[in-house]
Design a protein. Structure first.
Length: 317
């Protein structure tokens, strides 16, 4: 029996990795809240693609392997790409399980599928000349320099806590499994993909090769939404609406803004790097590639209400 579809209306939801908790047990509980919000949107007759972050999760996996190796356990060094794939798998397992429980409870004829997703990047991206994203466990300076000599990895001292490997954060160029994702959505599936921005790969000799990097998940979600010609990109965060003059007596919620207005706020320094700034920039990327769409930034709990115009910040071309 074919699954219900959303009558051509398509959403891409970008879910932050921090919203999933710091341990598998914590995540199993938190994804129940996430699943309710996702299926609320399905009930509004949208086809839904869920992209998610994986920062805490991939960090936990990488640190565990690093610790085991450093303490003499008989385990291989685990590359960042493989750690990313592991995190995509177990986050997807938790999300799709919770979503399936919700659709069954509500008697919705839908199923969910997780796609381990690769994202093409360019080795000539300037980010590769300036790695900034810390990953893995803390090392002594001596151990870090030895590992750098052995592997060619970059390490930096991290706020007096020790030395950590740093990797670049290049721009996403293409989602390798996009056709699979799109076909599943068209067939009525709720698709979970592009975990952690996707596993970074370069094109080489007619195939793909993984590279140690971290892709911003909001940027990859924007690329996915534009390529899918999604009606809306929804970026879920900790606040109901984007604010200017945040944390001051002049704080003001933004109900809606255009690309030009958003760029003006960016030029004023209104959005914090590493927080709201990359989310707004991702919305701009999506709308510049697909001007017919709309971008929405709101909290996980208010996603359905924001779609009804009751809260959230809408950004348009």
């Amino acid at each position: 029996m074919p699954y219900e579809t959303g009558n051509g209306r398509k959403l891409v939801i970008a879910l932050g990795g921090n919203a999933l908790g710091n341990t598998p047990a914590e995540q199993l509980e938190l994804v129940k809240v996430t699943a309710r919000s996702v299926v609320d949107l399905v009930e509004e007759k949208y086809d839904v693609i869920v992209a998610h972050g994986n920062g805490p999760q991939v960090g936990m996996i990488k640190a565990a392997f690093d610790f085991s190796e450093q303490n003499g356990a008989n385990v291989p060094e685990m590359p960042l790409m493989e750690c990313g794939a592991m995190s995509q798998g177990y986050i997807g397992y938790h999300l799709q399980q919770a979503v399936l429980c919700q659709v069954k409870t509500r008697n919705i004829m839908k199923s969910a599928a997780t796609i381990i997703t690769q994202t093409v990047v360019d080795l000539n991206d300037p980010a590769f000349q300036k790695p900034t994203k810390p990953i893995g466990s803390f090392l002594t300076e001596e151990a870090a320099m030895a590992k750098a000599d052995e592997t060619g990895y970059s390490f930096v001292e991290d706020a007096g806590r020790g030395w950590r490997q740093v990797v670049p954060s290049p721009k996403p160029l293409r989602i390798v499994e996009f056709d699979v994702v799109n076909d599943l959505v068209e067939a009525g599936y709720i698709v979970i993909c592009t975990g952690g921005g996707g596993l970074p790969v370069i094109e080489k000799d007619g195939g793909y090769v993984g590279v140690p990097a971290v892709i911003d998940k909001d940027r990859s979600s924007a690329k996915l939404a534009a390529d899918a010609e999604a009606d809306m990109l929804i970026i879920l965060t900790a606040v109901d609406r984007v604010c200017i003059n945040f944390g001051t007596p002049q704080q003001e919620e933004i109900v809606s803004m255009t690309i030009d207005e958003a760029k003006g706020f960016i030029d004023e320094g209104q959005f914090a790097p590493g927080s709201m700034l990359p989310k707004v920039e991702a919305c701009i990327d999506y709308l510049e590639s697909y001007p017919s769409g709309k971008a929405l930034i709101t909290s996980l709990e208010k996603a359905a209400a924001a779609l009804r115009g009751e809260t959230g910040t809408i950004i348009t071309a």
